[in-house]
Write a protein that binds this ligand. Structure first.
Ligand code: MN
Length: 314
């Protein structure tokens, strides 16, 4: 469930975001990819939409059927400069990291890993669970003041779940309609899982945030436009509320935050600001310096691909 970003997702580089600061409705379909053993829809980044606030990556994993010995099956690999937000809709996943964390996650609970200047983790099946697996892995780009800080890991099994404007909202991170998540955040952002009963729902939004919805289930009309599951609906800035109408019901992940002033430089599992920073992280991982510690996992360590802008190794 780690999500290596490739040039299929975005041209590499860190051009400014330069997006209009007004309400809008921009729908993009995910791209099919495979992470470990599991099919995913890469929802973010896309060429037309790099970031939503500090949210810089979103994979919708599965649904897939797991055997006892299968799972997302992503062996130890490094991250820098981001938080990973792991949220399951079905199934179980085991997280282990270089801080010694060993945590099974189930639907309704949150795994939040802060990479700071460097962490490594593995995401794998539990070895026992058999059944469907589906979830989201989201990344938050850390702000400059925190992106070289110490790594951390949090698990939250009791997030606020409240009814707001006709939707049942579980707030993963940030605050929505007065409900605030205990998850550690850096900067102003929100992520919330919304279950929509049949009928209309109306959410309060912040006009200084930009927002998007990852549609997960159902037949939902957002602001007059039908948004299909597997799509990202980018909503822009300047909204104080959002109306959604579900015919039979639906489920969607709301992402929002203060727009970034510059798009991060993303390569593979690294969120950086420059090619040089990525080259250093690549070297530290491949040379096994103490920047990224070891991870206890029976899966194979994942090699970092050589940055594409470097000449071939001799
Ligand atoms: Mn990962």
């Amino acid at each position: 469930m780690s999500g290596p970003v490739t040039e299929l997702d975005t041209p590499r580089g860190g051009e400014g975001s330069g997006q209009p600061r007004s309400p809008r409705m921009e729908i993009s379909k995910g791209r099919r990819a495979t992470v470990g053993d599991v099919p995913v829809q890469r929802i973010l980044p896309r060429r037309i939409r790099r970031t939503v606030g500090a949210w810089c990556f979103a994979d919708h994993m599965g649904p897939a059927d797991l055997e006892a010995r299968s799972g997302p099956g992503v062996g130890p690999h490094p991250h820098i400069g981001l938080q990973t937000v792991t949220w399951l809709l079905q199934g179980k996943v085991l997280h282990r990291d270089s801080l010694g964390s060993d945590q099974v996650i189930v639907p309704g609970e949150l795994n939040l890993m802060t990479a700071g200047r460097g962490i490594a983790h593995a995401e794998q099946g539990t070895g026992r669970y058999v059944g469907p697996l589906e979830g989201l892995q989201l990344w938050v780009a850390l702000p400059d003041a925190d992106r070289n800080g110490r790594p951390g890991f949090e698990h939250h099994g009791d997030l606020p779940a409240v009814e707001i404007g006709g939707a049942v909202c579980t707030v993963l991170i940030g605050e929505l309609g007065g409900a605030e998540s205990p998850a550690r955040r850096y900067g102003d952002l929100v992520g919330a899982d919304l279950t929509l009963p049949a009928g209309q729902a109306r959410l309060p939004l912040r006009s200084d945030f930009e927002y998007a919805l990852i549609m997960l289930r159902g037949d939902v009309d957002v602001d007059g436009t039908e948004v299909q599951p597997g799509s990202l609906a980018y909503l822009g800035e300047g909204r104080t509320s959002l109306e959604m109408t579900a015919t039979t019901g639906g489920r969607t992940m709301l992402l929002g935050g203060t727009p970034l002033s510059a798009t991060p430089f993303m390569w593979w599992n690294f969120v950086a600001r420059s090619p040089t920073e990525v080259e250093e992280a690549h070297r530290d991982w491949m040379e096994r310096t103490d920047r990224f510690g070891p991870v206890l996992s029976d899966l194979e360590r994942v090699d970092a691909p050589r940055p594409s802008w470097l000449p071939p190794a001799t």
